[in-house]
Design a protein around this ligand. Structure first.
Ligand SMILES: Cc1cc2nc3c(=O)[nH]c(=O)nc-3n(C[C@H](O)[C@H](O)[C@H](O)COP(=O)(O)OP(=O)(O)OC[C@H]3O[C@@H](n4cnc5c(N)ncnc54)[C@H](O)[C@@H]3O)c2cc1C
Length: 452
């Protein structure tokens, strides 16, 4: 047994920190975890979980309308924000308790408060100092609002879930997946939503066809999408926030949500006391085993940049614990990680975009399909599904799959397994579809859209 208080001291009880702590304790390590806000971190409290619950809420709105053409008449639906918000709170409290129990179940000590690194083996929480052989920084990210006149009136994803009253008029600034998802949520719940993005087209990093299709579908669904425009200033007025835009126009809103990016959460972490490198993006630099320049200090999850997804933080936490405390050599494989955007309809994506594939493989074949989902042939909803396969011409391997349509997130998980297993287009072609589904289109697209 070492002279330290613990074998591992984890700062941050989010996705990565909790997973690393649990697994390390499972290998017999003496573990402590400091958390200053909420058990489970961003994902459980102000990220994936509440977001998905609100997405479900948003989808009911259109569901009531769709149902009428199928013979249902439930009267005029009315949405109550307080019910959704408070039921969400109850569910999150349940999850917080589960996370606490998961840690106590493996005898990891939870310390409430902000962890601050004092030296290579010491962390302070308040006045108390704790020593550990290894320290893991898993402090995640924090939303960032740029400074401009009136920026103090803007809110972030941290606040939006718990607003006192429903924002009937909401302006969302940002073009990433979080901004797009909130636009879908509040549009679905009945707010008048304007989404502003300073670039020519949102969802940078996604396949170009998906970006264009998303812009079309989201605009059709009722979101007022405006590109190449930004906020100049926000001023409070008698009838709401007055927002002056860079194109000279003005908007009035009850809330302005900034979803323009997140920064690594390094606030008062004490990194100046140790030899930990910080990248030009303000994230902690680590090697392939999550070790910083200070050999006893490790970091993983959002605080290191990377893909900033919960399953990635979980995988990193597991890989770290296995190697450092289980003596198991292993490494996270970052290839073909599927992701979803929970807008309406969903986007699901895995592998290379068309531009990336063309740059990497040279010659590619593209297969595309756009169609009206079967459900909407009766509901009458004006919504189109889009699917795209990208194939490396030389090897016939499917290297990118992209979809916008109902359940795209669910569908893409299975496709990711196929891509990781190296499935070729010939394998897709000989796979018999499930009928009638949208997903069967992925195994029936025969004619290339283009090849080069
Ligand atoms: C609105 C939103 C929606 C998202 N949706 C998805 C999604 O659908 N799917 C997906 O995969 N990912 C999603 N994400 C991203 C996902 O939440 C993160 O990738 C994930 O939570 C990262 O885990 P982590 O362990 O790195 O950090 P976090 O989960 O952020 O945990 C960090 C923890 O550290 C604590 N902390 C920070 N500093 C200190 C300190 N000094 N002392 C003690 N505690 C500290 C924080 O309070 C926090 O609890 C979403 C994020 C947001 C904001």
């Amino acid at each position: 047994m070492s002279d330290f208080d613990y074998d591992l001291f984890v700062i941050g009880a989010g996705s990565g920190g909790v997973r690393a702590a649990r697994m390390a304790a499972g290998f017999g390590a003496r573990v402590a975890v400091a958390e200053d806000r909420y058990m489970g971190g961003t994902c459980v409290n102000v990220g994936c979980v509440p977001k998905k619950l609100y997405v479900y809420a948003a989808e009911f709105g259109k569901g009531f309308k769709d149902g009428q053409e199928f013979g249902w008449n439930a009267g005029a639906p009315h949405f109550d924000w307080a019910t959704l918000r408070d039921n969400k709170k109850t569910e999150i409290s349940r999850l917080n308790a589960i996370y606490r129990k998961l840690l106590s179940g493996v005898e990891a000590q939870v310390i409430n408060g902000r962890g601050r690194i004092i030296d290579a083996h010491t962390v302070a929480v308040g006045e108390q100092h704790y020593t550990a052989e290894k320290i893991l920084v898993a402090t995640g990210g924090w939303p960032h609002i740029p400074e401009f006149p009136g920026s103090e009136y803007a809110i972030t994803s941290n606040e939006i879930f718990d607003l006192e009253s429903f924002p009937q008029r909401l302006v969302i600034v940002g073009g990433g997946y979080i901004a797009v998802e909130f636009a879908g949520i509040f549009n679905g719940l009945g707010a008048q939503v304007t989404q502003l993005y300073r670039g020519p087209l949102f969802l940078r990093g996604f396949d170009s066809d998906i970006r264009a299709h998303a812009a079309q579908e989201i605009a059709k669904s009722g979101v007022d999408l405006r590109f190449e425009v930004n906020v100049e200033s926000i001023t409070p007025g008698a009838s709401g926030l007055q927002i002056l835009l860079t194109d000279g126009t003005t908007l009035e809103a009850d809330s302005v949500l900034y979803a323009t990016g997140r920064k690594a959460n390094l606030l008062e972490l004490g990194l100046e006391n140790v030899d930990v490198g910080i990248s030009e993006f303000g994230t902690i630099e680590v090697d392939e085993h999550y070790r910083t320049a200070q050999p006893s200090i490790f970091a993983l999850g959002d605080v290191t940049g990377g893909m900033e997804l919960t399953p990635v933080a979980l995988a990193e936490g597991m890989a770290f614990a296995r190697r450092q405390f289980g003596g198991i050599e292993n490494q996270v494989d970052y290839d073909f990680i599927a992701t979803a955007v929970f807008c309406q309809p969903n986007i699901g994506t895995v592998g290379f975009t068309e531009d990336e594939a063309r740059a990497k493989f040279g010659h590619i074949r593209l297969f595309k399909s756009t169609f009206r989902p079967m459900k909407h042939t009766i509901s009458g909803r004006d919504e189109k599904t889009f699917m795209k396969l990208i194939v490396d011409k030389a090897s016939d391997r499917v290297v990118g799959v992209h979809m916008m349509g109902p359940d795209a997130g669910e569908i893409m998980q299975g496709i990711a397994i196929a891509l990781r297993a190296g499935a070729t287009k010939a394998v897709f072609d000989t796979t018999i579809g499930i009928h009638p589904t949208a997903a069967e289109e992925f195994v029936t697209m025969r004619e290339p859209w283009t090849e080069d």
